[in-house]
Design a binder for this molecule. Structure first.
Ligand code: SAH
Length: 387
């Protein structure tokens, strides 16, 4: 159930014309592949595939990106509504929907007569049944304890194996990441010996990929303003074994040109906060066009600042996991009108579409569409500083 106001639907129609309905339907579903990035500083894709297969995980190599492997998503299963139900919050509902067990903090309320061992149905706040399972706690305990496993899910709507509890994950051999997000760092194309900056870095998906593509031989600066997200970034980089290759700073990246005015980077990636309309699956979401405009006003500030800490000849990549033109093509074009020293550089990714711009820049942008490319909705632009 996606509650978007009329103006937001109009903004989507600007990009998708009569396909808005198809787009919205596909946003409610997961893609058919769950992607992992192989940490090639620790292991080769073929060895990690053998290890995962020996655990019964069905996993394949991506056809194009060497570091990408994927697990086919199973489902949808037919989940029945039993008498005993547990209502859960959005985060828990989306996790159970994809095959996770249910943990007590996600429980909002439950049928009072639920006892440990009962068969129950887990239901999202909007009434969608997301999984069936066996209660591991009484209802009262779930509400009072607020921690621990509450329901062992036996039949979710969709399922992927519990990657985060496998040794291959714990040893830092893989990082769950969508295919378009991997392409964003590939488009940045960092090289050993360069100074590479990630301005909105936490939890470090792209930073980790930069380290791997340069085999730890680039100088990598990662910025983010969120203490909490930086904490999980440090944990992620530790798991991957990358901490010594990255310098992390807690800063407001809209002012890098002031705080780091002496820096002249070879490459900068700006992956700013966005309305995340391309992220899937979404069980429910509520957004308005003014959310889009607010995000856009924020996003351009990161580009402006990033442009000033880039050296002549340097590369600037802008990426988002959202689908409105206001947060994507429009931002880049506004920036290009202000900054005479930047030009777009065409990106070639066969499994993607062009940006929607009708201007001379249009060919340079790349979009991934959920209903066409079976990925999250995603945007990537590549700019070069020419003076
Ligand atoms: N690039 C990351 C995801 C980034 S999401 C990855 O691939 O894993 C956007 C990030 O921007 C969030 O972590 C958020 O904390 C950060 N952010 C938002 N406003 C910011 C600001 N003013 N300065 C620095 N970081 C900011």
């Amino acid at each position: 159930m996606l509650l978007y106001d009329n103006d937001l639907l109009k903004a989507l129609a600007r990009v998708y014309s009569s396909d808005v309905g198809t787009l919205l339907k596909s946003l409610a579903l997961p893609g058919s592949r769950y992607y992992l990035r192989v940490n090639m500083m620790k292991i080769s894709p073929s060895v990690v595939i053998d290890r995962l297969r020996s655990r019964g995980v069905e996993v394949f190599r991506d056809e194009e990106l060497e570091e990408a492997i994927y697990i086919p998503v199973k489902g949808p299963n037919n989940v029945v509504l039993r008498d005993k139900i547990i209502i859960v919050d959005k985060y828990a509902a989306e996790s159970v929907y994809m095959g996770s067990h249910l943990y007590a903090p996600g429980v909002i309320r439950c049928s009072e007569n639920i006892k440990r061992g009962d068969e129950v149905t887990v239901v999202a706040e909007n009434g969608i049944a997301v999984g069936e399972g066996i209660a591991v706690m009484d209802c009262l305990e779930m509400i009072r304890k607020r921690k621990g496993l509450a329901v062992e899910i036996s039949l979710p709507i969709y399922s992927v194996p519990p990657i985060r509890s496998l040794p291959e994950y714990l040893e830092g051999l893989v990082y769950p990441q969508s295919l378009p997000a991997m392409y964003a760092t590939r488009v940045l194309d960092p090289k050993p010996g360069e100074l590479v900056i990630d301005t909105c870095a936490a939890p470090g998906g792209k930073t980790g990929h930069i380290v791997e593509l340069t085999k730890g031989r680039a100088q990598v600066l990662a910025f983010d303003h969120s203490e909490k997200r930086l904490k999980s970034m440090v944990e992620e980089l530790e798991r991957l074994g990358h901490t010594s290759f990255v310098e992390i700073w807690k800063v407001d990246s809209r002012y890098l040109h002031i705080d780091f005015s002496w820096v002249k980077a070879d490459r900068v990636i700006v992956d700013p906060p966005c309305t995340a309309l391309g992220v899937r699956p979404k069980l429910f979401d509520r957004k308005t066009y003014s959310d889009v405009l607010n995000a856009a006003a924020y996003q351009i500030q990161f580009l402006r600042s990033a442009s000033k800490i880039l050296k002549k000849g340097g590369v600037l990549v802008y990426s988002t996991c959202t689908v409105t033109a206001e947060e994507n093509e429009d931002i880049v074009e506004k920036f290009l009108e202000e900054e005479r020293c930047f030009e777009t550089e065409p990106i070639k990714i066969s499994r993607s579409s062009r940006g929607i711009s009708s201007s001379r820049y249009g060919y340079a942008y790349v979009r991934f569409h959920p209903h066409i490319h079976d990925t999250p909705g995603y945007f990537i632009a590549k700019l070069v500083k020419i003076c």
